[in-house]
Design a protein around this ligand. Sequence first.
Ligand SMILES: Nc1ncnc2c1ncn2[C@@H]1O[C@H](COP(=O)(O)OP(=O)(O)O)[C@@H](O)[C@H]1O
Ligand SMILES: [Mg+2]
Length: 359
Amino acid sequence: RFDTVNGDLTDTYIKVNRIMAFLIPALMMILNILIVAILWFGSVRIDAGNMDLGALIAFLQYAMQILFSLIAMAVMFIMIPRAQAAADRIEEVLEVKPEIKDPVYSIASSKERGYVAFDHVTFRYHGAEEPAVKDISFSAGPGETTAIIGGTGSGKTTLVNLIPRFYDVESGRVLVDGIDVHDIPQEKLRAKIGFVPQKSVLFTGTIADNLRYGKADATEDDVIYAAKIAQADEFVSSMKDGYNTMLSEGGLNLSGGQKQRLSIARALVRRPEIYVFDDSFSALDFKTDAKLRAALRNETQNATVILVAQRVGSIMDADRIIVLDGGTVAGIGTHKELLGSCEVYREIVSSQLSQEEMA
Ligand SMILES: Nc1ncnc2c1ncn2[C@@H]1O[C@H](COP(=O)(O)OP(=O)(O)O)[C@@H](O)[C@H]1O
Ligand SMILES: [Mg+2]
């Protein structure tokens, strides 16, 4: 599909550029012939004595100004349809109605806190043939850590994205605190969840601004406390302007691990009931990773933690490990249980152990 569109675009561009390639030299040719003609006829008249040099030069200048205006006008006529098309596209985007709508009647909030449950959830991306996740069921409560492991493309990110309702499920239900996420106003739902995405999103502004995003009224102490847990305090403090250091768009002036730590700190500042970490430790070295996890365990004792991980070593002590394979659950249980019962899990474990042994 992409190839045909791309081919189309290439053809159009080649055509346009061919026309331009003829048009521009042709225009230049006319322009230059005109200049030569003016000079030629002018010089003949000067020679004959009925015109002086100043008048010729003035005439030439005026002629050039008029000609350039004409060219500018021609360019305008090229630009207007383009601008029109661009404006249409922008309008299309602005007019998109969000697919995720708030419930008309929201169910009175429940007293439960920090419960996440999936009830036979199946989800398919728009236009995809195969569901990205199929028939997922599990539940997690406060004080528990649920780890999700599986190969690339097995649906880990998709699964965790369903918790804050970034997408609507195709069938089944996602429950947060016992209520279907359909029936919770988005603002309320997302306030419960501290979501650390796979790709950290930082914006232009100071580090403190970035950490306060999501809880604008956080005090300086809150921010520093969260940064300490996320093992970010050290490198932030060593910067010249500390927490007032300006970040460029996307945090280009930071390393991957530093971005991940800031993004974790941002979630911690909000102190949500539910933490979701999507592969948020992948760019950290072993030592930082271990320190961060120890601090995090302390901080999130009473919260619900759902984390996507790559390394078996870092999830062995989770209360529940969900093994995903091609969008389906290959097994749910503790490390020990899965070693005994789940072939896919054994494969992941043995491949990582042998890798570490080789290293
Ligand atoms: N935005 C999207 N649109 C369409 N398909 C997607 C999108 N994101 C992921 N997928 C597909 O869904 C499957 C699961 O992807 P993902 O959840 O990102 O896996 P993981 O995080 O385990 O690597 C993959 O086959 C991927 O190609
Ligand atoms: Mg992922």
